[in-house]
Design a binder for this molecule. Structure first.
Ligand code: NAD
Length: 279
């Protein structure tokens, strides 16, 4: 891979998040996996949440601990209130607190609109939106209980919501997913407004097209890749590390004055690339 392709994986300052405790949901695959590893590389102790696939979660834990920090896997369905509460209790018991929540778990259940079942609609809303609500609520309770610890961070806590360019780009055939991410945007901004006076920073990262299992069909064949690249001015498909690097930066005190923002990490996908030659 040439230096202009792919995301750099070794650019993170090792002590950037030293002493901080992070929870990443859906961390045994794709973006969550890369993010959990990047947070560990930056010096944080990390809880690797997963809903299925213990083996992959254990591998992520192993990779994180190789950076000299602590990590543990925790199975929980983010859309289940009891399981989220128990996960946060477990984290506080083991790590003492939480400083960074990356509400990343998400899924697609695609369908043409009139064929979409209520179950498909509900499942995606439950995981992508309600799951983030539940995790954010439980993390916030702990941030408020503990308050700011200046030696650890200037803020009492950071929440990073994993959104998508589809929080603003409509997406035919994916109405459940697009609606869930539109919801994430307004939830994030409302929480940011409500919690900023408590020194809690809430922001979102909105990935464009990133090579992960969620969207294999969009990049696995040469033809699909060509179609996809038409939508990406920067002319490369993203890697999970592109998102992980952005999350680490947002979580750190380098970004202490960044509140209620969506950071689009999309190679320019939201720049209306069709207008580069049309319009
Ligand atoms: P992925 O399928 O590799 O990862 C999704 C993760 O979420 C998996 O670990 C999965 O097990 C977990 N998950 C699903 N349901 C869960 C539940 N109920 N409880 C706990 N965990 C659950 O896909 P990814 O691309 O890494 O997606 C991660 C996030 O990034 C999602 O929120 C997705 O919407 C978002 N995103 C991805 C892209 C992309 O191009 N890959 C683009 C925009 C946004």
């Amino acid at each position: 891979m040439s230096s202009t392709e792919g995301a750099p994986q070794d650019v993170i300052p090792a002590q950037l998040l030293k002493g901080q405790k992070a929870l990443v949901t859906g961390a045994n695959s794709g973006i969550g996996r890369a993010t959990a590893i990047a947070l560990g590389r930056a010096g944080a102790d990390v809880v690797v949440n997963y809903v299925a696939g213990r083996e992959e979660a254990d591998k992520v834990v192993e990779e994180i601990t190789s950076h000299g920090v602590r990590a543990m896997a925790h199975e929980a369905d983010v859309s289940d209130e009891g399981q989220v509460v128990a996960m946060m209790d477990h984290m506080v018991q083991e790590f003492g607190t939480i400083d960074v929540l990356v509400a990343n778990a998400g899924m697609q259940r695609d369908s043409a609109f009139t064929d979409m079942s209520l179950a498909q609609w509900q499942k995606v809303l439950d995981v992508n939106l309600t799951g983030q609500f539940l995790c954010a609520r439980e993390a916030t309770k702990e941030f408020l209980r503990r308050g700011v610890v200046p030696e650890v961070s200037r803020s009492a806590g950071k929440i990073i919501c994993m959104s998508s360019v589809h929080q603003i780009i409509p997406w035919a055939g994916h109405v459940n997913y697009a609606a869930s991410k539109g919801g994430v945007q307004m939830m994030m901004e409302t929480l940011a407004q409500e919690l900023a006076p408590k020194r809690i920073r809430v922001n979102a990262v909105a990935p464009g097209a990133i090579k992960t299992p969620i969207n294999t069909s969009a990049w696995e064949t040469a033809e699909a890749r060509k179609d996809l690249l038409r939508l990406i001015p920067y002319d490369r498909i993203g890697d999970p590390e592109d998102i992980a690097n952005a999350v680490v930066a947002l979580a750190s005190d380098l970004m202490d004055y960044v509140v209620g923002t969506t950071l689009y990490v999309d190679g320019g996908m939201t720049l209306f690339p069709g207008f580069a030659t049309g319009g």
